[in-house]
Design a protein around this ligand. Structure first.
Ligand SMILES: [Zn+2]
Length: 204
């Protein structure tokens, strides 16, 4: 992907809002959410075995067009160029998420933003660990990929966050649907739910 050079506004956004959330996770010091840290550490060990290298994190401007939904909301993506696992954080999109949360949840937008960032990163890690990466040609394939990946995200990340904090409405929808479908990625109920989510708005 082309090199992205964040402007000053985005540098400030990274330094003040995003880095304080994500750097502790990357550095192994997310002490207030030990279950998430533990999962991340285990996933990184799996990465090392799978890919023989560390996960790269890079910043990006806009997600690829075929990945953007109606709302364009897709702050995280992943790639495996030359066998090298990478997560891309699309900065303007992520800033939009923060602005929306300030509006919808003025009482706890920082906590909600942290939750969103962690779920977003862990979901992309799930894509890479499950090998569900790359160009997706149609909605049917999207559903087939995302139902498996979101199953892992619900089980390994959301189930651990939900006991500690109030998920955003959209994440709650995913988690509730996952529980209602008997935590079964093969169930018709889960497939229908993922289809309904990706039929209208695409998520990473
Ligand atoms: Zn996804």
């Amino acid at each position: 992907m082309p090199d992205y050079v964040p402007d000053l506004r985005m540098v400030k956004f990274w330094e003040t809002e995003v880095a304080p959330i994500l750097m502790p996770l990357f550095n192994g010091s997310l002490l207030h959410l030990p279950e998430i840290q533990k999962q991340y550490n285990e996933d990184m060990a799996t990465f090392q075995k799978m890919y023989g290298c560390k996960l790269d994190i890079s910043l990006g401007d806009k997600p690829p067009k075929d990945n953007a939904g109606e709302n364009g909301a897709l702050p995280f993506g992943c790639s495996l160029e030359d066998g090298h696992p990478r997560i891309i954080i699309f900065m303007p999109e992520l800033q939009r998420v923060l602005e929306m949360l300030k509006f919808s949840r003025p009482y706890d937008f920082r906590i909600a933003f942290e939750t969103e960032c962690l779920i977003g990163i862990m979901h992309e890690i799930d894509h890479l660990i499950l090998g569900k990466i790359g160009y997706i040609k149609d909605l049917r394939e999207t559903i087939d990929v995302e139902r498996v990946v979101w199953a892992r995200t619900c089980e390994n990340t959301m189930a651990r966050l939900v006991t500690r904090r109030d998920l955003t409405d959209s994440d709650k929808d995913f988690y509730v649907a996952w529980c209602k479908s008997g935590r079964d990625a093969e169930s018709q109920q889960w497939k229908d739910f993922i289809a309904s989510m990706y039929g209208s708005i695409k998520r990473g």
